[in-house]
Design a protein around this ligand. Structure first.
Ligand code: B16
Ligand code: MG
Length: 221
């Protein structure tokens, strides 16, 4: 039987609403390449690493073979600088509604907490929003071989926590992230809309709708 020992959070789109900033930064980069990034692409880019996101955008723009590897690195740096300027003033005000209450309640009830974000800006944001002290472990995206939808980042987080994956709940806003949680043998909770997260049984609109009782009941069923 499963029992709740740990909750593993995604960052962008879960603990804070940075999915919008990521997308706006990609949009600016694409505009510089004379490509209008369609809004529908936002969902496809969620949870996907920086370089993989660029490859998806270049493919959509019909520019797959236009840049060398080092030019691609320059393009991702350009996007990251735009993104960083958008998040530089983040504070605890930018935490998603309900995030702090949930973190406090998990801590009070001795449930372990970890982060499984593929964002290299995650440590900055945890610190800026004043929540880094809640985390027993932060999986390092630089150390993993495969991004989401592969389970690697969630498995790395569980390993750092020393908790078996079947006793972990993963919370994600991306289709690829839900796939990663399931592939890791964990139970997923989706943040967003059922239309986009059709691969997830329990989808809520935000962390304000998540509490310890719900998570315990869900994992034990
Ligand atoms: P960075 P998550 C992901 O974070 C974002 O969803 C995705 O849009 C972004 O491209 C990726 O991080 C890499 O982020 O460029 O900051 O390293 O959802 O896994 O928390
Ligand atoms: Mg996310």
């Amino acid at each position: 039987m499963r029992r709740l020992e740990a909750v593993i959070f995604d960052l962008d789109g879960v603990l804070t609403e940075t999915s919008r900033q990521h997308f706006l930064a990609w949009k600016q980069l694409a505009e510089g390449l004379s490509f209008m990034l369609p809004d529908e692409m936002n969902e496809r880019l969620k949870g996907i690493s920086r370089m993989e996101s660029l490859e998806i955008i270049l493919e959509a723009a019909g520019m797959t073979d236009r840049f060398t590897e080092s030019e691609k690195v320059e393009l991702t740096n350009f996007k990251n600088n735009i993104y960083k300027s958008m998040i530089k003033k983040f504070t605890k005000e930018n935490l998603s509604e309900g995030a702090l209450d949930l973190l406090v309640s998990l801590r009070e009830n001795n449930i372990k907490i970890a982060l499984a974000s593929v964002s290299k800006n995650a440590p900055f944001l945890l610190n800026a929003m004043g929540i880094e002290g809640f985390f027993d472990a932060v999986a390092d995206p630089n150390e993993i071989k495969r991004g989401k939808p592969a389970p690697d980042i969630f498995l790395a987080a569980a390993e750092l926590l020393k908790v078996p994956p079947h006793n972990c709940i993963g919370i994600e806003d991306a289709f690829a992230g839900i796939e990663a949680i399931k592939a890791a043998g964990m139970i997923p909770v989706g943040i967003g809309r059922k239309e986009e997260l059709s691969n997830c049984e329990l989808v809520v609109s935000g962390l304000r709708d998540v509490n310890l009782k719900l998570l315990m009941k869900f994992i034990e069923n």
